[in-house]
Design a protein around this ligand. Sequence first.
Ligand SMILES: [Zn+2]
Length: 505
Amino acid sequence: MFRQTKIFTSIAAIVFSTSLCAAQKQDFSSKQMQGVEQIEVKVDLDGAVKRLSKAVTFKTISNQDRNDFDKKAFTDYHDYLEKSYPNVHKHLKKEVLGHPRPYSLLYTWQGKDTSLPPALMYAHMDVVPVPEESRDQWKVEPFAGTVKDGYIWGRGVLDDKNQVHAILEAAEMKLKEGWQPSRTIYFVFGQDEEVGGAEGAKNVADVLEKRGIERFAFVIDESAPLTPGIFPGIKDNTALIGIAQKGFVSLELSINGIGGHSSMPPEESNIGILATAITKLEKAQFPYRIHPAVRAQYRYMGPELEEEMQPLYSAVAFGKDGEITDLEQQFIDVMSKNEVTRAMLHTTIATTMFNAGIKDNVLPPSATAVVNFRPMPGDTPEVIMAHLKKAIGDDRIEMKDISASTPATNIADAEGPGYKMLEKTIRQTWGNDLIVSPFFVVGGSDSKHFQARDFAPDVYTITGIQLENTEEFKGFHGVNERILVKEYARSIGFFYTLFNNLEEL
Ligand SMILES: [Zn+2]
């Protein structure tokens, strides 16, 4: 799930208004869609709230230790979905997929016209654990499914059972009306998004690819919810539509040397050698560059931001890959000062684990560290390993890829009909008092397993829910995860409207 922590500091001060480059002469007017009429969708809210709150009680937890996996929580939850959404289960084909453990769900809603490219709606059923040490900060029992003070509380109500259920509620409504889509619509509900989706989403993507689907017209998955201040530098209410996702690679670095007694140590210990290697690596950051998704993002966002910054945003929006102008360099200088925006400029390096030693008077015979990279396009595991070898320059350090690594994804078309249709749906649901913009997702969710392949470049990621402020956003993976009941209703309305709008795509 997309995360963002810090508010951006004022950046206007360092822009020089003197340089008038060619980019400024381009049309940099607002690209916000105008004149969309808001519509209210009537939903069975009491029933929907009961169903989502009960869903919280199934502890479909993804633990880092993959042996710690509660199969029954998933099968019980599957049964519960079947009971709760009878029309969906009567009219759609349901398959249980996942490899080696099959606990993901694929629903096929057969379209009337098989010549139309299909659409796919993605959400995940698994949730992150509730750490024991955070338990006392919760105002409710996290797996009780409490409804109080106008909210549904509990682990998964924002990330991401709300999306699973909003999709199913909306589908159930459409089926009761006797509706059938023109194009085939797939629902995919993953089992292990929170640990990378290697068993669930990846397998579903494999299966659909083998079935010969050439191209999805439209894929939607979770990302950032609509929130005022969600993106550094923008205070207004903003709906960010993810159009590309970074990759994921974890490498284990190790040294296997000679242990021994601590009374007669060698000049260099295994821990010291590995620590030096990590220090060198962290000094050898990957170079900054501007991803095409960032260009699209600033083409949309730029005109809505402070006027004095616009030459800079315009330069980014219309810049060329492979060259960096002075204005683009200024943009990079500004963005690289904040960790949230810096992550969109290069392949990041994060040392996440370090293990060595068992006793105070024993020299450990080995030491290991894990470094997690979030690659930009082109930075494959091979490229990253070559970068590491050069940075470290020590043959005693061994490295291996321990992740089900995924490459940076393709880029969805921010000018295409899928993007426009989604923006329209957002405005129909939440009105026009908000900025809608594409953005480059520096984290990633399960749909990366689709978007990295040729058959599904047009993946758009947004969590279809309005949050009141960035404080509420902390519920994602944090304490007191909760969703406003009246916003959950709009979330269902959003998917209902999306079904209608997919007809025009
Ligand atoms: Zn999620």
